[in-house]
Design a protein around this ligand. Structure first.
Ligand code: NAD
Length: 517
């Protein structure tokens, strides 16, 4: 391990998380085994090899599924508040290991340490949320039209939940799903991104400890590793009633079709193309903070990253100049060093996409106003560090319509009233996060109305990025329509059953139908 990482205590963090030089990548609760090829995990921070993970073979996968199927039979019978107690203990272990796991997230994925720690905090928050929820899996009671009848609905555990996750939230997305699935009585099989396999191993080590301490059956939490082919085993497997998939729209379209082909359920969390509308009444200082954090946080690799700023022509110059001067303050470098604002992209392929986007916006007639470029030299040896760039562009440009997973911000101008800005904002295929900066109540309410933002998330005087776990998270259109995390998102992890009970001595039929024998 490079001295740069050690200087930030990475070796101790890996030890605390049980990461070895070569890790088994398949786990059913507390047993680990793997017979597949080796997956190497290199850090985008310094280009160093962090560790290796053995991938899952088809035979390994079969063992996992058998174990999960068996575990479900026991776990579904455990009262939900007792399952909540397991989630509480898991949350407690996360608190103890927050620092170590946050560091690994930062080192393996490349986001700033602050954001790495924030991601672990999000895991802790969803555990707390799920613990309370474990006593609130409410159904309705309804009045029956028939005398002496009682009618209600109830929610039961669904079965095995397959989780496929993306590299950019290598730990939080898994726990958004598992915390809810576990209190619901489901068991989970997780395939993390092949770009961040060690984060997967670290999380599995943590939950494995909890399962062992509670003498719980293997298979409540399983880990499989590998590329899309391993994911495909789950999407086509009828033993998996729900596949929760987070990643690109390209992946989501394939997953959705495969799962629908066997009439399974999918929960999709896909790409975004998020915009902030800046109206003449916006607070410019707040706009700058929201827009800059949204555009350069996680080096523009959040699904909710701000990609478009739609600014009213009357304050366009003022906002543009304020943002450009804020960009001049940005420090790019090792994300474990808290003095830096922007870390690396995930790999050199992402750098290529970034370069292509900048070339494309120029080719389409855009104007670069904050120069981009790939950094080299000391501290930038991984080849993954790029300068956050800003381009003046138009909403209809092909590149602006596309999600580039990098710190490229497009400034778009609108005139007239807020409806014109909303039309630009909605005029893309994705529908994840959106925001308006305004002190004008009418504009804010118009933006939130049915004629306003068409996204799953619509914020007022807050940027597009950084959601709380208490709200349902997800987006519309090509973002896939799924909802995770808070509100009543738990319902997707359960099956609903309507029950009608007759406590009389006759059998009246519904709708007054007569059938006498
Ligand atoms: P990706 O689509 O390349 O991969 C995501 C996961 O899907 C990986 O685990 C991968 O192995 C798996 N996969 C790919 N093809 C598959 C297939 N055919 N069948 C089964 N599994 C398959 O995405 P990425 O590059 O890791 O992540 C970036 C993308 O994720 C961005 O588009 C981002 O917006 C999106 N994302 C969305 C959300 C959200 O909540 N909406 C959250 C995080 C990331």
């Amino acid at each position: 391990m490079a001295t740069t990482a050690n200087q930030f205590g990475m070796q101790e963090a890996l030890q605390q998380l049980g990461i070895k030089e070569i890790n088994e990548g398949t786990s059913t609760g507390n047993s680990w085994f793997s017979n597949g090829e080796i997956l190497e995990s290199y850090s985008p921070v310094d280009g160093q090899l962090i560790g290796k993970v053995k991938t899952t073979t088809k035979e390994d996968y079969e063992k996992v599924m058998q174990s999960a199927t068996e575990a479900f039979k026991t776990f579904r019978m455990m009262p939900a508040p007792q399952r909540g107690e397991i989630v509480r203990q898991f949350g407690q272990k996360l608190r103890e290991k927050k620092d170590a796991l946050g560091k690994l997230v930062s080192y393996e994925m490349g986001k700033s340490l602050q954001e790495g720690l924030g991601e672990v905090q999000e895991m802790i928050d969803i555990c707390d949320f799920a613990v309370g929820l474990s006593r609130q899996l409410h159904g309705f009671t309804m009045h029956s039209e028939r005398p002496g009848h009682r009618m209600y609905d109830q929610y039961h555990a669904l079965g095995i939940v397959g989780i496929i996750s993306a590299f950019n939230f290598p730990v939080a997305v898994w726990s958004w799903n598992t915390a809810l699935a576990w209190i619901a009585g489901d068991v989970c099989v997780w395939k993390p991104s092949e770009k961040t396999p060690l984060c997967g191993v670290a999380c599995q080590n943590i939950i494995a400890e909890v399962l062992k301490e509670n003498n719980l059956p293997e298979g409540i939490s399983c880990l499989i590793n590998g590329d899309y082919k391993v994911g495909e085993w789950m999407t086509s497997d009828v033993r998996v009633p729900l596949v929760s998939a987070t990643g690109s729209t390209r992946m989501g379209k394939i997953v959705a079709q495969t799962v629908a082909g066997r009439l399974g359920r999918s929960l999709l969390e896909l790409g975004g193309n998020n915009a902030i509308i800046v109206t003449p009444d916006a607070d410019v200082k707040m706009t700058v903070i929201g827009a800059v954090f949204g555009a350069v946080g996680t080096a523009g690799q959040r699904c909710t990253s701000t990609r478009r700023l739609i600014i009213h022509e009357s304050i366009y110059d003022k906002v543009r100049d304020a943002i450009v001067s804020a960009y001049a303050q940005l420090k790019i470098g090792n994300p474990l060093d808290q003095n830096n604002h922007v870390g690396p992209l995930i790999d050199t392929h992402a750098v290529e996409m970034y370069n292509k986007a900048l070339a494309k916006v120029i080719a389409e007639g855009g104007k670069i106003i904050v120069e981009g470029g790939v950094l080299s030299g000391e501290g930038y040896e991984s080849g993954c560090y790029v300068k956050p760039a800003i381009a003046e562009a138009e909403g209809h440009f092909e590149i602006v319509q596309h999600e580039t997973f990098a710190p490229v911000l497009y400034l778009l101008k609108y005139d007239g009233d807020v409806d014109n800005a909303i039309a630009i904002q909605n005029g893309v295929a994705q529908g994840l996060s959106s925001a308006i900066m305004t002190n004008n109540l009418r504009e804010a309410e118009r933006f939130l109305s049915v004629a306003g933002s068409d996204c799953g998330i619509a914020n007022v005087n807050i940027g597009t990025s950084g959601a709380e776990i208490g709200g349902a998270f997800g987006g519309e259109k090509e973002t896939g329509g799924g909802r995770e995390s808070g509100s009543d998102a738990w319902k997707v992890y359960m099956r609903r059953q309507t029950n009608t009970i007759n406590y009389t001595t006759s059998l009246p039929l519904a709708q007054g139908i007569k059938f006498d024998l």
